[in-house]
Design a protein around this ligand. Structure first.
Ligand code: ASP
Ligand code: MG
Length: 413
């Protein structure tokens, strides 16, 4: 008999009918003899709906009250799911984060889990009940309701699996698992049977939004076997494996991630002296703007160009800051380019396979795509290119690295 933690996301519990379908599914697992702890999100769209109402009350809603508000979404779904289970003759018991006692720090809207008390959950399992826990929420030492940040139910599920020493944490979602890239861009993208935790982290932080990044970090740290699978279709999904190394047979590249809403800022003609990178980047990050790729290039004439990327939504704010910096440093100019994107190859096999970068650059050159910035890490190569080439680049790379599904049948209509 195994202990499974199963998480059902917003679309999986998006309507009364879907909640009933989830109940049917859980009963099937239960009938195989496994103990089940379920974590649910709010019904799809609910967290956004609540946020919109809050914004009508005040421009910057008080974080503590936001948590009181947002946590209601998940409280609805735990109760409804338990009712659906009970109506089917299955004993079920719901817990809010506070009732379990998922203890977090006090950082409202981005709280971190400190400790989980498994006592009440174990007691319910022993009575033969399915336990249904509200995702995304916890309480701090004082009993204030906290939430874990958008998409936080994934993290609740993995953290619970770690605390309860579950045999597997299964994330049921609206896709079949993790693909080599977004199937909406590359129709023959292949469903991966497994991917290393490290690769998943890179793919997740690079824009593949299957799992909340923090949940993957958590799974790696606490060695929780994690699986992503569809709640609508049968199939094994993708296992996020804890193995350090992938198979010898595995291709060097696991997948291609991309990020559309990026912008590039460049300041040119900065004097080439110590402390310059700090003077340029410092004020931007002090303003709370997350800086992604950074390149600095010293020219022979003793001047410097510094480019970096930020989220497009924050780029105008970053540009204002950069203009002030440029003036104070007597730089030539500060330029903003909003029409860029980032495409990245990810794979642990890169460590042992030479020539991946060269192959990537040749592929892009063959498509006449200009690379503006290149950055690499041990298991990743990213390029910044003009946004209009995003689809072309991803498709060309996917084909060049032979990532496609050999069994893919193009839709003929
Ligand atoms: N309901 C929350 C959100 O939409 C948490 C979650 O679904 O994981 O972000
Ligand atoms: Mg989600």
């Amino acid at each position: 008999m195994a202990l499974l933690v199963q998480k059902y996301g917003g679309t999986s519990v998006g309507s009364v009918e879907r909640i009933q379908a989830v109940a049917d599914k859980i009963i099937k697992f239960r009938e195989r003899g496994d103990d089940i702890v379920v974590v649910v999100s709010a019904m799809s769209g609910e967290t956004n709906r609540l946020t919109a109402m809050a914004m009508e009350m005040m421009e910057q809603p008080t974080p503590r009250e936001m948590d009181v508000l947002l946590s209601t979404g998940e409280q609805v779904t735990i109760a409804l799911l338990c009712m659906a289970l009970e109506a089917r003759g299955m004993g079920a018991h719901s817990f809010t984060g506070g009732q379990v006692r998922i203890l977090t720090d006090t950082s409202h809207m981005k709280a971190r889990i400190k400790e989980i008390d498994g006592t009440r959950i174990h007691a319910q399992l022993e009575q033969g009940n399915v336990v249904v826990v509200a995702g995304f929420q916890g309480v701090d030492e004082q009993g204030n309701i906290t939430t874990l940040g958008r998409g936080g139910s994934d993290t609740t599920a993995v953290a619970l699996a770690a605390a309860l020493e579950a045999d597997e944490c299964q994330i049921y979602t609206d896709v079949k698992g993790v693909y080599t890239t977004d199937p909406r861009v590359v129709p023959d993208a292949r469903l991966l049977t497994s991917i290393t935790c490290e690769e998943m982290l890179e793919l997740a932080s690079l824009g593949a939004k299957v799992l909340q990044i923090r949940s993957v970090e958590f799974a790696g740290k606490y060695k929780v076997p994690l699986r992503v699978l569809s709640s609508f279709e049968e199939g094994p999904g993708t296992l996020i494996s804890l193995e350090e190394e992938s198979d010898m047979e595995d291709p060097a590249i696991a997948g291609i991630a991309f990020e559309r809403d990026e912008a590039k800022l460049t300041v040119t003609g900065v004097p080439d002296i110590p402390g310059i990178a700090y003077k340029v980047i410092g004020p931007v990050s002090e303003a709370g703007i997350e800086v992604d790729v950074i390149v600095q290039n010293a020219a022979a004439d003793g001047s410097n160009d510094i480019s970096f990327t930020v989220k497009r939504g924050e780029s105008e704010k970053a540009k204002k800051i950069l203009e002030q910096v440029a003036t104070s440093l007597k730089a030539r100019e500060a330029v903003l380019d909003k029409k860029i994107c980032k495409v990245s190859l990810v794979g642990v096999g890169m460590r042992s396979h030479a020539g991946i970068a060269a192959k990537m650059f040749k592929c892009l050159a063959d498509e006449s795509i200009n690379i503006q910035i290149i950055t690499t890490s041990e298991i990743k190569i990213s390029v910044v290119i003009e946004e209009k080439y995003l689809e072309l680049a991803v498709r060309a790379l996917h084909a060049a690295f032979e990532l496609g599904d050999p069994d893919y049948i193009p839709n003929s209509n």
